[in-house]
Design a binder for this molecule. Structure first.
Ligand code: BTN
Length: 332
């Protein structure tokens, strides 16, 4: 991945990854000398690395010249993510990862497939100009892509992002009903409520009809549900060690695999998987002042939604704000 130096960015670092691995393999502690020999770097380089890790929230016990790793923070630093970490640029705080990724892409500082991930966002962006609440503890990431698609088919990227989130959530073997809502959300549905777990914001840029590049932003509630109508992964899986880091590790690799399937021409198979796992119930779609109510029955090959109206006719929905209609009692 083409990455140049960036202010305040935390990048993948093979030495840090190895030091942490060595420390985990030696829960009773290991001397700085032994680590430096394994890594073939000086002891002072090890001591500097440990100090930097302490600043990032890692906790060590240092005694008799031995280093013992006591605690890893639940922060998805690139070296915690495995192979996929090489594609991550991490920031503690940004306005939002969408704008940061766009800025870096336009300056040629990142290559396609690169993720910008932040621990928190000052002004997270949702769809339709809404705000995306972004406290610490949840996943906020935007990936820079160059899909070979017409601009109006950006919805396919949104759906692929949603499918990758859905596949990742399902890997936790959740018993509740988790559904993709066309075109961009993941909801947890029960008999009388629909709670939002994740949202996707795919923004494409290009001068002609063709996409020049897309920034696909994904927000997933992991430890916090910032709004009444939201739910977080922790509520579904219970207490789990370093859940945000664990989710990020699974998700980055799942997204890569899902997007590669798309690049290999498997859109129709992916579309079928989305259709099987999407909310196929009653929805209301707002297109400005225009309102459509009906049942979402599927997705067209171009990514648009097939809506069956109350009169039995069909409508193809290319854009809009979709709300799930469940039998929610008025008091909720
Ligand atoms: C929505 O459901 O309205 C889409 C929400 C998308 C939120 C993500 S969080 C990472 C990226 N940065 C942002 O500011 N927005 C997207």
């Amino acid at each position: 991945m083409a990455q140049t130096k960036m202010k305040k960015a935390v990048l993948y670092n093979e030495n840090i990854k190895t030091v942490l691995e060595i420390l985990s393999e030696n829960p009773e502690g290991i001397s700085g000398q032994a680590i430096s020999e394994k890594l073939k770097v000086s002891r002072s380089a090890i001591s500097k690395m440990v100090k930097n890790l302490e600043k990032l929230g890692y906790k060590f016990e240092v005694s008799k010249k031995k280093y013992k790793l006591i605690e890893r923070p639940d922060i998805p630093f690139p070296w915690e993510i495995g192979e996929g970490g090489k594609d991550i640029i991490f920031f503690k705080e940004v306005d939002n990862t969408q704008e940061k990724a766009k800025e870096l892409a336009l300056k040629g500082k990142i290559s396609p497939g690169t993720w910008v991930i932040a621990e928190r966002q000052r002004s997270g962006k949702g769809r339709m100009g809404r705000r995306w609440e972004s406290p610490e503890g949840n996943f906020y990431g935007s990936v820079f892509l160059k899909p070979d698609l017409p601009l109006k088919e950006t919805v396919k990227i949104s759906l692929i992002g949603g499918l990758a989130v859905w596949r990742t959530i399902k890997s936790y073997e959740i018993t509740k009903s988790v559904k993709i809502k066309w075109p961009n959300d993941i909801f947890v549905i029960s008999e009388n409520s629909a709670k939002k777990l994740a949202g996707v914001l795919a923004e494409s840029f290009g001068e002609s009809e063709k996409i020049e590049f897309t920034i696909c932003g994904i927000g997933v509630n992991i430890n916090n549900s910032p709004l009444e109508i939201a739910i977080c992964l922790k509520e579904l899986v219970g207490e789990k060690y370093n859940l945000l880091t664990d989710f990020t590790r699974r998700f980055i690799n799942t997204f890569k695999q899902t997007y590669e399937e798309f690049l290999k021409g498997k859109w129709l198979e992916l579309k079928t998987e989305i259709e099987i796992n999407m909310w196929r119930g009653k929805v209301k779609v707002m297109q400005g002042e225009k309102e459509f109510t009906g049942v979402c029955v599927g997705i067209n090959p171009d990514g648009s939604m097939v809506l069956q109206r109350q009169d039995g006719g069909y409508e193809n929905i290319f854009y809009g704000d979709t709300t799930i209609i469940t039998s929610i009692p008025k008091s909720e």
